[in-house]
Write a protein that binds this ligand. Structure first.
Ligand SMILES: *Cc1c(COP(=O)(O)O)cnc(C)c1O
Length: 452
């Protein structure tokens, strides 16, 4: 075919062998759009050789990437909400895949051949891991808190300490959720100090719940005092008012094994006397996005029968992933080895530094002479509102040079964007969340770095 002064018609190009191949691989509509775009681009040069137009269309089609594409989380924040929080275990990925590809016993009692109940899939596992009688599962923890307030407190009062009236990312503000569910917030105490007598004085005819909330993303220090759930439990019981504890991150394992400050596990929160405990599936638990409410069977049953539950329920794919994650906790010799979130938290700084030492030379070579790359110690954090002020000793690559913002932007433009963190005059790539088996893939991706 020869160069033409006027563009060929789109349908003519589509009918050629190459055009037909494009439509077969990428779909008719995307192929048409890409050919139109190629023609528009060719108007600048005025040369409309059909072969070249088809080649341009093929290139743009194969360069199309999904918007939700993989990135490298080298921010040092293990549970990064904007990067999708927890990575699933192999068992969880396999279970989710099966649930996507095959019919599953989601709401089906296989033994009886009758209708079953969706949340019963994980009830036994949660009972074993937390000691709670019942469990109800919804879309996320915000939904679990909403369902709980709607079920028990609509039209009544919920007592919360002023030190726990939190706002967490993504517009989850406790006072607003209360208002949305028609519950009235009864604030007690002060920002830094709340006493048992404050709760006691607030209890009245309209009291529906006493609520503890984990101050996920801040810490009040100095002259402080809070009433623990263990101390509140007898008060709540005496008045016949449910005590609910929104743990937020809700760990199943003792965090002190990672040298993080001790926080009550879900099992401990239940044992302390909370009637309902709410927590997320994709924070420290290390599973899929989900909201878990566990606690007394009678109360959990009321939440499950609330019509809102139908709107907030968990889908089969995440339910499968959650069941598998809980199975990791129950059966793996050490859940740190199976659940990626725990694996990343457990990783020791000297092991991470050894990884950095292997990568420093190849990374420096790609970046060129404008940048100095060094292995340095740094601090990682858990993220997603778990142990907000605690950090973990870590290591990574500290990159120094002019125009670090520009370098950060080029790293984000890679086929698989690399996300680091600029602090103290360096661009930090914390290697805590880079798995050993991914090193080669990481370097191969880096080789596509655009020149300055
Ligand atoms: C994170 C968090 C939530 C919200 O959980 P999502 O699963 O993100 O909806 C609610 N309460 C507390 C205390 C939290 O830390």
């Amino acid at each position: 075919m020869s160069t033409e002064a006027r563009p060929p018609s789109v349908s003519l190009l589509l009918e050629s062998d190459a055009g037909r191949a494009l439509a077969a691989t990428h779909g008719h509509k995307p192929a048409v759009a890409a050919i139109r775009a190629a023609i528009a681009e060719a108007r600048q040069s005025g040369s409309f050789a059909p072969d070249r137009l088809l080649q341009m269309a093929a290139q743009s089609l194969s360069a199309r990437r999904p918007n939700l594409r993989p990135v490298w989380n080298l921010t040092g924040t293990v549970l990064h909400t904007n990067l999708g929080r927890a990575l699933l275990s192999e068992r969880a990925v396999a279970a989710a895949t099966v649930a996507m590809q095959r019919p599953v016993a989601l709401e089906y009692d296989v033994a009886g051949g009758a209708r079953g109940e969706r949340d019963s899939v994980v009830r036994e596992a949660l009972r074993a891991l937390t000691g709670a009688e019942g469990a109800v599962l919804v879309n996320n923890n915000a939904a679990a808190v909403t369902l709980m307030l709607d079920t028990f407190a609509r039209g009544g009062e919920v007592i919360v300490s002023r030190g726990e009236l939190i706002e967490i990312g993504g517009a989850f503000r406790l006072p607003d959720i209360m208002a949305a569910t028609g519950a009235r917030l009864r604030e007690v105490g002060t920002t830094n100090r709340t006493h048992l007598r404050d709760y006691e004085a607030a209890i009245g005819e309209d009291t529906r719940l006493i609520m503890k909330v984990h101050p996920s993303n801040f810490r009040i220090e100095g002259f402080t005092s809070e009433v623990t759930a263990a101390v509140l439990a007898p008060l709540a019981r005496k008045h016949g008012i449910p005590l609910v504890n929104d743990l937020g991150s809700g760990t199943l394992v003792d965090l002190s094994r990672y040298a993080l400050p001790k926080e009550p596990t879900v099992a401990e929160a239940i044992a302390e006397g909370a009637d309902i405990v709410t927590f997320s599936g994709d924070k420290l638990l290390g599973g899929p996005q989900a909201g878990l409410a566990v606690g007394r069977a009678e109360l959990i049953g009321r939440m499950a029968r609330n019509p809102l539950k139908r709107a907030l329920r968990l889908d089969k794919i995440r339910l499968a992933a959650l069941e598998a994650t809980l199975e990791d906790y129950r059966t793996a010799a050490n859940p740190d080895g199976a659940v990626p979130t725990l694996f990343f938290l457990a990783r020791r700084a000297d092991e991470i530094a050894a990884r950095a030492a292997r990568l420093v030379a190849p990374v420096a070579e790609v970046l060129g002479e404008d940048f100095e790359v060094r292995v340095e110690e740094c601090r990682s954090q858990v993220g997603s509102g778990a142990s907000p002020t605690a950090t973990l000793p870590s290591a990574g690559l500290a990159i120094r040079g002019d125009s670090l913002e520009d370098l950060a932007s080029r790293l984000r433009s890679l086929p698989e964007p690399v996300i680091g963190r600029i602090a103290e005059g360096a661009l930090w790539l914390d290697l805590r969340c880079l798995a050993r088996e991914d090193e080669a893939r990481f370097l191969a991706n880096l080789a596509h770095l655009a020149p300055r």
